[in-house]
Design a protein around this ligand. Structure first.
Ligand code: PMP
Length: 402
């Protein structure tokens, strides 16, 4: 273990060689040693294996899927089916024969499809749903749209705001328990918060709402960042974006288990699938599994802890979210690879420009947070396996000068 310069959180130095060999597989990263990409929560960079899979498919067997009786079409169809099974395996699906994987353009499209194509057929007049207005807008707007759609058809449902704990920004399961009623039928949750970086402890939500309520999980910030085990989480829907999990943009997944409520069936003619995106997802999931998602979690969690501690050593910065989540073994809530902060005197947009002048690419705005989110802008640093503790230390050194 190598202590950080500030003498705080130890770094998992046994992962150094492993990480160096993985970092070298990202051409965009190695081509720009002067730049530091710290915006992986927005979209992740792609390893050579994913670029190769895309190139090889387009150069050797590009065809439409399920429409043609010739080898390129058949192999495209088979690749898409293989990717479905790959996704189930990646998510630790305990009963793949009883679940479905649908390909969509991303998390936003996946959640909207559940809200539009499934939820109205499941809810009855007087039912209640609980939705996290402090999470990403993609996990709030679709449920409110469904409420409006149902109201136009004469079915009135109540939408409650998922309660948060002040300070930690974890879901407040005590307040949640008080909100749950016999009419609670559906809860929307997020696995890892895209602003505060915390693991939202979704297993506790299941404990509180009981076995009959449908839970939908937004896994946009966890897929590819930490192991997901659907055997442990007991949720009914999972949505994630391929582009944040090292695959191409325009590729996303909705995983559905029809154990509670009617089977999920996206409405309408879906047309030609995003074949090349789906093939890139298969390659990305293969790459992530062989890299070891558990080790990626360990690495990025350590990077975030190092940055959080570095910022806490500088008195002009306020870190958003849980302050108790620094230790990797904290049972309160663990900050994953995302750290969001403000300088007490410098506007976040200006800070973003200043940081880019030093080569750091970060996000500075209000981060698409839904209705009850932060009103003021902030700077978000989000990591992936290609980032290093040296990059974090350079960032802290630049921030210390401001
Ligand atoms: N949910 C969360 C938690 C996110 O961070 C994001 C992307 N920032 C989304 C949903 C939406 O993902 P996409 O833009 O890929 O649809």
């Amino acid at each position: 273990m190598t202590p950080p310069p500030s003498g705080g959180h130890p770094f998992p130095s046994q992962l150094r060689a492993w990480q160096a060999s993985l970092r070298s597989q990202f051409p965009i990263i190695t081509a720009h040693p002067d730049l530091v990409y710290l915006d992986s929560a927005a979209t992740a960079q792609k390893p050579q294996a994913v670029l190769d899979a895309v190139h090889s498919y387009l150069a050797t067997s590009n065809a439409n899927a399920s429409r043609g009786a010739y080898p390129w079409a058949n192999s495209t169809t088979a690749d898409i089916e293989r990717t479905r099974a790959r996704v189930q395996d990646f998510l630790g699906d305990p009963a793949p024969a009883r679940s479905q994987v649908h390909f969509v353009s991303g998390t936003s499209a996946g959640l909207r499809s559940v809200a539009r194509d499934w939820l109205p057929g499941y809810l009855r007049n007087g039912d209640e749903i609980i939705v996290p207005f402090g999470d990403h807008e993609a996990n709030a707007a679709p449920w409110l749209e469904a409420q409006e759609l149902l109201a136009r058809q004469g079915t009135h449902i109540t939408v409650h705001d998922m309660p948060y704990q002040r300070g930690s920004h974890d879901y407040d399961v005590v307040a949640l328990a008080a909100l749950v009623s016999p009419r609670t039928r559906f809860v929307a949750t997020t696995h890892v918060h895209h602003v505060y970086g915390g693991d939202m402890n979704v297993h506790r939500v299941r404990e509180v709402v009981g076995p009959d309520v449908v839970i939908c999980l937004d896994a946009a910030q966890s897929a590819g960042h930490l192991p997901i085990s659907l055997a442990d989480l007991d949720v009914d829907f999972v949505a994630f974006s391929g582009h944040k999990a090292l695959a191409l943009p325009g590729t996303g997944v909705i995983w559905a288990r029809g154990r509670r409520g009617p089977a999920f069936a996206p409405s309408g003619w879906s047309g030609t699938p995003n074949t090349v995106g789906i093939i890139s997802l298969q390659a990305a999931l293969d790459w992530l599994d062989s890299a070891g998602v558990g080790r990626i979690e360990q690495w990025t969690t350590a990077l975030a802890a190092r940055l959080t501690e570095g910022l806490r050593g500088l008195d002009r910065y306020d870190v958003l979210g849980c302050q108790l989540s620094l230790a990797q073994d904290s049972d309160v809530q663990q900050r994953k690879g995302i750290v969001t902060f403000r300088h007490q005197n410098i506007d976040a947009a200006d800070l973003g420009f200043i940081l880019y002048s030093h080569g750091f690419m970060v996000r500075s705005d209000t981060h698409c947070q839904a209705r009850t989110g932060e009103a003021r802008t902030s700077v978000r640093v989000s990591t992936h396996v290609y980032n290093t503790p040296e990059e974090v230390d350079r960032l802290v050194a630049v921030l210390a000068e401001l």
